[in-house]
Design a protein around this ligand. Structure first.
Ligand code: DO4
Ligand code: MG
Length: 293
């Protein structure tokens, strides 16, 4: 099952796409629906005909119906340096060291992963909605990542595409600035769907592709397969739930391996496209927050 959500005249409506493209209008909160499905494969709602969700994905809005983020996660957490490529690229900056090794080299080899708080619903956007560059950042990058939606016990309810947008200049200046680099309005995009585990055969064999478009042309592109992930998702979840109560529908984003350089920072009006096999394509325009006088 895939779920998605639209907003129509100020109201959210959630849908599920079942086998053979049968579309159901869900009768309950989408997180509750994911839990119900994970327990007994049951879906509560009525069959809908004539909803062209492919057109919604392409145009973002059709008449008064607009696609939006599939759930409002009360908490979004991130895992860092879970790929060799991230360790390398993050270590290239003149960053803090512990006993002669960069903090990124150290955490890559450590038993304990890097886990950080990422976002709340009001900081997240969905397909077709704008991610943002902070007004005080000159180097902000998209981080295309596989994310999991989990329940309060850490059980995986579904997978989604997440963009862990990060003000890289702030965190490169001082690791203590990580929360400011990671958490602000428009710092996180996810969707367009949440896809249940029965439709994602192997989360460790998914292609992740990133394209940054500038004035309609490809300005940057990169790709990776999740087989390169060093920290398994279960291990990341174990650390998130350890002595740390999380609500049902929490999202964990599992880290990036695609790290564009200093000359590839996002600009106002860019468009970021992230595709992951089995999960679809997440497209978001970029805005830059304006400095206040
Ligand atoms: O401290 C660095 C954050 C790393 C990160 O977000 C990632 O590896 O995806
Ligand atoms: Mg990240």
């Amino acid at each position: 099952m895939k779920i998605f959500r639209v907003v129509k005249r100020g109201y959210y409506i959630s849908y599920a796409i079942l086998e053979n493209n049968i579309v159901i209008r869900l009768d309950e909160d989408p997180v509750r629906a994911l839990i119900r499905y994970s327990e007994n494969k049951e879906v509560l709602g009525d069959k809908v005909v004539g909803l062209d969700y492919e057109l919604l994905l392409k145009n973002f809005q059709v008449n008064d119906v607009k696609i939006t983020k599939p759930i409002d996660p009360l908490e979004v957490w991130g895992s860092g340096i879970s790929y060799e490529m991230a360790r390398e690229r993050y270590s290239e900056e003149n960053v803090a060291k512990i006993l002669g090794k960069t903090i990124y080299d150290t955490v890559y080899d450590a038993v304990r992963p890097e886990i950080f708080f990422k976002a709340t619903p009001n900081r997240c956007v969905g397909h077709g909605e704008a991610i943002a560059v902070r007004s005080d950042s000159e180097w902000t990058l998209p981080e295309p990542e596989l994310a999991v939606v989990i329940d309060s016990n850490g059980k995986i309810l579904g997978y989604t595409i997440m963009d862990d947008v990060s003000a890289r200049d702030l965190e490169a200046e001082n690791p203590l600035y990580l929360p400011q680099s990671k958490i602000y309005a428009g710092c996180c995009a996810f969707g367009p769907f949440i896809v249940t585990p029965d439709e994602v055969k192997n989360p460790y064999n998914l292609d992740i592709k990133l394209r940054i478009l500038r004035e309609g042309k490809v300005f940057y592109e990169g790709s990776v397969n999740t087989s390169k992930m060093r920290r398994k998702i279960e291990e990341q979840i174990e650390y998130i739930i350890r002595d740390n109560p999380i609500p049902d529908g929490t999202i964990l984003t599992t880290g990036t391996a695609i790290v564009p350089g200093r000359d590839k920072g996002l600009k106002h009006r860019d468009v970021v496209e992230i595709s992951i096999s089995s999960l679809g394509t997440l497209i978001t325009p970029v805005i830059k927050h304006e400095k206040e006088d």
